[in-house]
Ligand binder design. Sequence first.
Ligand SMILES: [Zn+2]
Length: 486
Amino acid sequence: MKKIIVPLIGLLVIMVGVALVRTARFTSRQIQVPAAKAITLDRHKMAERLSHAIQHKTISDPVPNSTAAAVFKRFHTFLANSFPLVHGHLAKEIVGEDSLLFTWKGRDNTLKPILLMGHMDVVPADPQTENDWTYPPFSGRIADGYIWGRGTMDDKVTVLGILEAAEYLLANGFKPRRTLYFAFGHDEEVGGSNGAAKIAALLQRRNIDLDCVLDEGGNILDGIIPDTTAPVALIGIAEKGYVSLELTVESPGGHASTPPDHTAIGILSSAIANLERSPFPARLSAPLRQMFAFIGPEMPWPNKFALANLWLFEPWIRRQFAQSPLTNAAIRTTQAATVFHAGVKENVLPASAAAIVNVRILPGDTVNGVIEHAHRVIDNDQVKISPLEIRVEPSKISDPQSAAFQRLHRAIKEAAPGIIVAPASLVAATDSRHYAPLSQNIFRFLPITLRPEDARRFHGLNERISISDYERCVRFFVQLMRDSDS
Ligand SMILES: [Zn+2]
């Protein structure tokens, strides 16, 4: 007995010792930044300009048409009238019909340029709930300390915020050392193939090598990540891939009074049930581990101890994350049956059944791996599996140790002192993927504050931004443009 117990206790002591040493070495990655020089922004004028921008119904249409084009032309005119210095000093190009590319030439052409991006288009307001908005979705109402309407969070806030920052800096005589590009798409919500894709192709033809790209994506989460003492700014260093699989079953059909054992509907249903029974395995991806490395040291002791010792606690963390759809999406490739078509009449056997399963692919998995997984799990030749046209591999992972990430980290701290900054992976797709060939450093972040109830406002009811939050966005872009000199 003693022969077993003594080595066991020894092993336990070593494990506890290793865990404690790892926790002691698990130190803060937050940079300390002196408070930025105070700047005076006219928050009321800025709110009014954003409000006007919201009133332009720049809804993107999958099929380009003259009505939508006219709306975007009027929006361009509004921008030109609102930001005269930007339009006077920067080169403006119209790309892919209605997207805009501004070039602010730097003084030092040995430095690689930075590209800041946003999109001018918005999704429509759902007609079924349009009357439930506190203020109409395209009214741009300024009330209760907020600017209300479609585009205040996604993503006119970015477009106007960048232009406000540049206008302010121009008025104060700033000339960037490094060239800055502002790229504003007009069709992000319908795939970005005419806007961001064409701007990226144009820059590629010009052999532009970008220091970094910043797009929308992560935000400042307040009261959402458990056991954090301060709001957390999440910078997207990666995003999931995307593919939809169409599953089809053909069968002879006929009269429902003499059915086979399994109809097309039954076969297809069991294929989907098999997929749901066999989710992709959970794992802590590289970006998630990076997030833990940044957030963990800022947490109270038990959390810090667990996150410093993933070698011991990983299975427990995976189980915790699997419990809610939001966190579950961060630890695995997810699959969701979203469409099902079959049958025409109650007494007729369906001659065919079709369904679509939408899959979001975790960095580390691939589109081909997803298709193989579906074949293996469904394991039935009667079910035809074909991927739909849009197939996006997960993005590459940008380096949170890079100078470009540090610059973002610094600008966030300058605009929002006391906030925790951390890298993260996005579960949704952004237009930034089109710029992948142009830079190693692609980041996704916009400093708007989200509280637990706010995530639903994206593409949903009562989209809004507080005036002070908007002011902070502009401050962030001012700092980022100034810091780009370093
Ligand atoms: Zn967006």
